[in-house]
Design a protein around this ligand. Sequence first.
Ligand SMILES: Nc1ncnc2c1ncn2[C@@H]1O[C@H](COP(=O)(O)OP(=O)(O)OP(=O)(O)O)[C@@H](O)[C@H]1O
Ligand SMILES: [Mg+2]
Length: 517
Amino acid sequence: MKAKKSGKTHHHGDTTTPLPPVGAIAAPPSKSAPTKRGRPKGSKNKPKPTKDAVSKEYDLQWFPERWMGESPYPWQFNVLEALNYKESRVALKAANGSGKTSMVAASAVLWHVVNFPDSLCVCTAGVFRQIEAALWPSIKRGVQTMTGGEGFEVTQSGLRFVNGARAIGFSASDPHKAEGWHRQGPTDNLMFIVDEAKACEDGIFHAMERCQPSRILIMSSPGAAAGYFYEAFTKHRERWDTFTVTAFDCPHLTKDWIDEQISTYGEKSPLIRSMIYGEFVDDSEDGVVLGLRELEGCLQEPPERKDGMRVAFVDFAAGGDETVFCLREGNEITQLETWKERDTNRTIGRLINLFDRHGLVADEIYGDEGGLGLPMCDALAESGFSIHRVNFGGKPFDGRYQNRGSEMWHTAARTIANKEVRLIDDQKLQQQLVTRRVEVSRTGKLGLEAKDKMKSRGLASPDRADAVLGAIACGGGVGGSWERYSSFSKPSLSELMEDAQLLAEESSLPSGMDAGG
Ligand SMILES: Nc1ncnc2c1ncn2[C@@H]1O[C@H](COP(=O)(O)OP(=O)(O)OP(=O)(O)O)[C@@H](O)[C@H]1O
Ligand SMILES: [Mg+2]
């Protein structure tokens, strides 16, 4: 679930106790003029506080600059902004020494304590020593900068502010001790921070979930491709705001230092992949069609926009599952619409509406004709849209694949791995893209994990991925120009003739246009 950007985060309003927080503390003498990074200037000489000014006063992302005279990097600002919202769940994987503990966690703790009276912030780390050795010293420094210590009571792994709010460091060695914390104070707040999450047992996270915190931050340099922290980026990605940070995003980590690390350990070594690039160690172990590293590479370095064919793909569903409409224009996924609807007529109506809104003609539209897809395709045809029918279980173009569905998934996944397509920002889609496993049939054909099997692993049907990968693979694929007739289960005579002509012309076209291959 994405954090809603609507909630106001300043919650003093409903309490009757006059509280000294933010506004009561004199801002520290700014060490240096904080970098504005192009954002609007503050409230200083303005008669009315603007929205930005209010945000600067109370929102977490402005806290380090306003109260500690620090200049967070853009990624630190973005992570804090995500955590600003109540009910946020933020997962951060970042290079070693990037500033997770001293900038992100320490600011969050101090902000929470200062802003929410009688609230609680619980901090733990895979290795508890880290709390006392890294986080608390940063918190102590922050306290000194803010008030010179006034109003705060800091112990080795405890913090209390005059408003009754507390932060505690807690040793994660015993998950049972993690029970019993709850949201508290007039604003009902409990923040949970897990540092070095890669070294934390899953039991701790489950205990954390049972406490139902109002904000969660889990962060780490990434480790093995398994466990709760890994799943926040994969299987459960749609529940989290995810961030990945490389050493190159951190100006204090010099190019020389990075180069030295890389030349010592090797560009491809697991250590470098994790400590510099913020990647989990070898997620290919998991046997998925598309690895997280490959997906994130494509998201982080998308190709230039290229015009080309428009291809829409529809994955039909009734009842519980989602109907998905995806539109690709050239090398870019531009639309992803999903809905749940029991009434198939309404779904047909909605689809026709979408086709019309985007000015699509039948020839640009592809749909899954399996199961319920068949009557849906028929209904669309009756309404004038004889769309291309794709049979996932049908014959592939390339005999090395088990069926057309596998072929579409594998070829489109390769397009993503090669950074040839501009994807759309959708956590649920991303979750589905990186969780389906490869299966090789008894005859050695490349296939996909069955949906039933995925269900037994707690994964929903990957409908969004079906539609997006369909849109990437159909119409000749990204960069391609047509689809061969074998994908239509019921080609019309004119389609057959048209295709025969196209096939005849094929030899005169440059290589690399083999549809779906
Ligand atoms: N915005 C910033 N500007 C300047 N220096 C920064 C900034 N953010 C972090 N740093 C510096 O980065 C260094 C490392 O910070 P920190 O220990 O918090 O990183 P970390 O990501 O927690 O590292 P580790 O992976 O070892 O846990 C600190 O010395 C800090 O001063
Ligand atoms: Mg740290």
